[in-house]
Ligand binder design. Sequence first.
Ligand code: PH2
Ligand code: MG
Ligand code: MG
Length: 162
Amino acid sequence: VTCVSTTAHIALGSNLGDRRAILTDALAQIARLPATAVVSVSAFIETKPVGPGPQGDYLNAAAELLTDLNAAELLAALLAIERSHGRDRAREQRWGARRLDLDLLLFGDVVIDAPGLTVPHPRMHERAFVLEPLASIAPNAVHPRLGISVAAMAGVVVHAAV
Ligand code: PH2
Ligand code: MG
Ligand code: MG
């Protein structure tokens, strides 16, 4: 069998419960997925909530994976891990508090526009809480739609926020 592994990048976030334990556990679950390895993980950073308030501060992180799953399979596995932490999308507010959020940011240089699966993540380039941890582990990863690196995107967002 020939396996062509893809480098994928994900964002992790939590602002309910024992945030550090939840993110650590989610990373262990991702490492146990079939045909998937966790290559690197950023520091966990404390961030102010973006979205409807009041809600608690987030712990955010980014990770680099190597996987033989396709993008749809990887996303389905990430959503199953969210559910295993008690997340119920039907009962929560958009951008509201959550125990665990796992977002698929980049999947190699793949571009997908399907219902429920947009890759690269449609808002990653405007979110410092995504770009800052991502830039620490994958500064040279390139956004295949925008054609610019993660480091460049992070710099633009930091300057826009000042
Ligand atoms: N996620 C959201 C909405 N707002 N704010 C921060 N700081 N971190 C997040 O991960 C986050 C958010 C929706 O997924
Ligand atoms: Mg999400
Ligand atoms: Mg999110």
